[in-house]
Design a protein around this ligand. Structure first.
Ligand code: HEC
Ligand code: HEC
Ligand code: HEC
Ligand code: HEC
Length: 410
């Protein structure tokens, strides 16, 4: 790593024009239960991920308490502080107050649901119209590769310098890569398209992600990663070197925020070059040219921001121009990636199984119900738009969910 560091000159930077990821608007969050009405499989799989489990564990962790202390935040206040909530929590409007209800939830990645929920499954319009309308109303649809990849980097590349330098928060998720990190405990591809049906239908088993799609996630992810990392560096104000020009080490043994991100940027540049050995991608070549002409040094914050914006645009152009079918040569690179499971995953799954077993025993579910559960009912997605049988029941339930949730007191 020293090798990279000596080649870099980074000191203090100027303020920036990019907004950080804001917390979600609690009044527009409708909550995981509203998705569970139809997307049971997704909710079950999400429950066993650290994104969900963190709601119970984060605040209790010694590390969180230590960080909060350094930032003058009472540990119990962490789920209310915008500076933590924007990446760690989901708040809903309950009893006329925003309250934390989950950690990283469906809507953290797909957008606050209030405005788009009844458009995104509407059978009376075509699928492309559904996607477009819901998108206009704030849905981050998986079909929008640019946006759906962006959400990961907004949280996994930490863009708050004091959080890192003062409180000892990690500067990034070490070795984050979107395809592998989506392939483990986070994956929830349970939908299948069947011919003759207006909308997709749930399957009980995880569906494979088509290889073209995997290539697009990987390749777009790298460009997003570069853009977000550069943006994070542009935000830095603390000098990364001491008077003798040595990189400053933080009490936790890591380098400062700016240096950690600069090291990451060099790693990503190598990743881009590795890809370019296999395939031709003009947006990659352009990105490397932009990085090469860039001075990561004092007073260059605005220039770096501009470069980050240009690279972000390259990522967008890339998703618009290609479908993934073009890049078969990178498959050996993708084959090396391993699905990412957190250290705690196995324990979470076990705890959930025990909880479920206890629940089914105490509720005394009849054999008939248990049988139906085992056989699995995949028709939940059927009841959409008015007119369908059973839709009024769902509407009623959704009505209730809304009353319990965001809209009370509004
Ligand atoms: C009343 C049933 C229903 C509810 C409630 C519902 N969805 Fe959906 N959702 C569907 C259906 C049906 C589709 C498939 C639409 C299609 O094929 O175009 C879908 C599709 C999606 C997709 C896009 C998948 C794709 O490629 O088509 C996402 C993402 C999604 N839902 C997220 C959510 C989230 C998040 C919530 C909760 C805030 C939610 N949904 C609530 C029925 C529902
Ligand atoms: C920009 C997004 C972002 C913000 C803002 C943020 N975090 Fe984090 N935090 C993360 C991510 C992502 C991780 C997981 C890092 C990893 O993969 O190791 C994390 C991890 C943590 C951990 C576990 C650290 C470890 O070393 O295991 C703690 C504790 C924590 N955050 C507390 C906080 C607190 C307290 C705040 C507010 C003062 C906060 N975070 C603000 C994104 C953020
Ligand atoms: C960490 C971010 C994240 C969270 C949390 C998340 N999703 Fe997703 N979701 C994604 C991504 C990324 C995709 C697209 C995956 C792909 O392209 O293969 C996706 C895909 C989907 C799809 C389409 C699946 C398919 O088979 O095509 C649905 C439906 C969906 N999500 C609903 C939900 C629901 C409901 C929740 C909450 C229980 C949820 N998501 C939580 C990021 C997330
Ligand atoms: C709203 C912020 C946010 C978004 C968006 C988000 N994450 Fe996370 N993610 C976190 C935080 C915070 C943690 C750590 C939670 C903890 O340890 O308590 C985490 C943890 C994870 C983990 C577990 C890693 C480990 O080994 O501990 C994976 C895997 C993951 N995220 C993948 C993704 C992917 C893939 C996406 C995009 C599709 C995504 N995340 C989007 C905030 C986010």
């Amino acid at each position: 790593m020293r090798f990279f560091l000596t080649a870099m000159v980074i000191t203090a930077f100027t303020p920036c024009m990019f907004a950080q990821r804001p917390p979600m608007k609690p009044v527009d969050v409708i909550g995981v239960d509203s998705c569970a009405e139809c997307h049971d499989e997704m909710v079950d799989s999400w429950r066993s991920s650290v994104h969900a489990e963190s709601f119970r564990t984060l605040v209790l962790s010694a590390k969180a308490k230590e960080m909060a202390k350094k930032l003058d935040i009472a540990p119990s206040e962490i789920p209310m502080k915008a500076s933590c909530v924007r990446c760690h929590f989901t708040q809903e409007y309950l009893a006329s107050m925003p309250q934390p209800t989950e950690a990283v939830s469906c809507e953290s990645c797909h957008g606050e649901g209030f405005d788009w929920i009844d458009q995104h499954y509407k059978k009376s319009i075509s699928r492309s119209e559904r996607i477009e309308r819901a998108g206009e109303l704030g849905m981050i649809h998986p079909g929008d590769t640019f946006k759906v990849t962006q959400t990961c980097y907004e949280c996994h590349v930490i863009d708050d310098e004091q959080l890192v330098n003062l409180a000892g928060h990690p500067a990034m998720s070490e070795d984050f890569e979107i395809l592998s990190w989506y392939s483990g405990e986070v994956a929830h591809n349970y939908l299948v398209q069947e011919s003759g049906r207006a909308t997709k239908r749930h399957s009980e088993t995880l569906q494979p992600v088509p290889q073209e799609r995997r290539r697009m996630l990987y390749l777009t992810g790298k460009l997003q990663h570069v853009a977000f990392t550069l943006r994070a560096i542009a935000r830095a104000k603390d000098p990364p070197v001491d008077r003798e020009g040595r990189f400053i080490e933080l009490p936790d043994g890591n380098y400062t925020y700016a240096v950690q991100h600069a090291v990451q940027l060099r790693r990503l540049e190598l990743d881009l070059k590795k890809v370019l050995h296999q395939v031709t991608i003009p947006q990659y070549t352009k990105t490397i040219a932009i990085l090469r002409g860039l001075n990561l040094k004092t007073g260059n914050g605005r220039e770096m921001e501009l470069a980050a914006m240009q690279i972000g645009q390259q990522a967008q152009v890339f998703t618009e121009k290609y479908s993934g079918g073009e890049f078969g040569e990178i498959d050996p690179l993708l084959a090396e990636l391993r699905p990412r499971y957190s250290e705690h995953y196995a324990a979470i799954v076990k705890a959930l199984e025990i909880r479920k077993l206890a629940e089914s025993q105490s509720s005394g579910a009849s054999d008939e119900e248990a049988g139906a559960e085992q056989a699995g009912t995949t028709d939940r997605v059927e009841y959409v738009d008015g007119g369908d049988e059973g839709s009024s029941e769902i509407e009623e339930r959704m009505e209730e969910a809304t009353i319990d949730g965001a809209r009370v007191g509004q």
